[in-house]
Design a binder for this molecule. Structure first.
Ligand code: CAA
Length: 283
């Protein structure tokens, strides 16, 4: 029997994970406290599925799989009660995540796996609040989830081998390519990605070049599909700031968030989702 998945948090990442799970045949519940957020997520899933079908990347049957296999729920306990795998995808706030894990652990069955899509917080730190840390693991997806093939799986100090094997299999069944990494702040991807992203912002602060030129430097000079400032706009400046704050605390000075990033986040210039970041996305 196919696994039942629950994805907690209907932001960009949660919606993307739920979409990919549903179109690969998993019965999936997308959970968020906000009914409005769930309805926004369902519209974006529907347009992304149509785009995938238009591009020939998603089979037309995906429409039915989403219609029949993807449901929404605002009550966390109800959403998780029948789940085999719970994937948490809420903002990078350790207290918020811990609060959610406590509730999840109190309602899920004893065989259920609890995974976090955290981009930066050490898995063992999150697992320390659980009574069964061996069932806890990192399952880190990339934006845009329906397009990006990687899933970074993070082995916590106490994660059991059988849980690692089952999440590797789940990632493959979702047509993703898994890598398994040791638990360490920022893992393999965010730690490297942030170095370039934060340095690009410091270069802009120093007047080395314009945002367009810095992006072009990496797109044409290094063949990155999009430059580091455009990528920060795509991911969300608030999301990158939260990751930088964790890595600054956990690793050190090289991850200190640039003042420009802080100023832009306080102004509400969050990137693509707000219409303005290092580039103008309003048109
Ligand atoms: N469903 C399925 N496939 C889709 C799709 C959809 N809804 N929409 C597009 N695609 C496919 C397209 O068919 C196309 O496939 P081919 O390359 O085989 O032709 C591919 O996806 C690219 O689509 P587009 O042509 O529409 O877009 P693009 O070429 O302008 O690329 C991009 C857009 C994929 C975002 C690209 O610029 C890119 O890869 N950027 C870097 C993204 C990245 O680095 N993401 C990671 C961010 S970090 C993160 O997420 C982690 C974190 O913790 C915050």
């Amino acid at each position: 029997m196919s696994l039942r998945l629950t994805v907690i948090g209907a932001g960009t990442m949660g919606a993307g994970i739920a979409q990919v799970a549903a179109i690969h045949g998993f019965s999936t519940t997308l959970c968020d406290l906000s009914a409005d957020q769930l309805s926004t997520a369902m519209s974006s899933i529907s347009s992304s599925v149509e785009k995938g079908i238009d591009r020939g990347k998603t089979p037309p049957e995906a429409r039915d799989l989403v219609a029949q296999g993807l449901s929404t729920e605002t009550d966390l306990s109800k959403a998780c009660a029948d789940a085999d795998v719970v994937i948490e995808a809420v903002p990078e706030d350790i207290d918020l995540k811990n609060k959610i894990f406590k509730t999840v652990e109190s309602v899920v069955s004893s065989h259920a796996v609890i995974a976090s899509n955290t981009s930066s917080i050490p898995i063992s730190k999150l697992a320390s609040s659980l009574s069964a840390p061996e069932r806890f693991i990192g399952m880190h997806f990339f934006n845009p989830v329906p397009v990006m093939s990687l899933v970074e799986i993070i082995r916590g100090e106490k994660t059991s081998e059988s849980v690692i094997d089952s999440i590797v299999k789940l990632a493959r069944d979702m047509a993703k390519e898994p890598i398994v990494v040791r638990d360490s702040p920022g893992f393999a991807t965010s730690r490297l990605g942030l170095v370039i992203g934060l340095e690009a912002i410091r270069m802009l602060e120093d007047g080395v070049a314009s945002a367009e030129e810095i992006d072009k430097a990496m797109e044409l000079g290094y063949r990155h599909p999009m430059g580091p400032l455009k990528l920060t706009d795509l991911v969300g400046l608030d999301v990158r700031l939260a990751i930088a704050e964790v890595l600054h605390e956990e690793i050190g000075e090289q991850f200190r968030p640039p003042q420009l990033l802080r100023d832009m986040v306080s102004r509400g210039d969050l990137g693509k989702k707000s219409g303005r970041g290092f580039h103008d996305w309003s048109v």
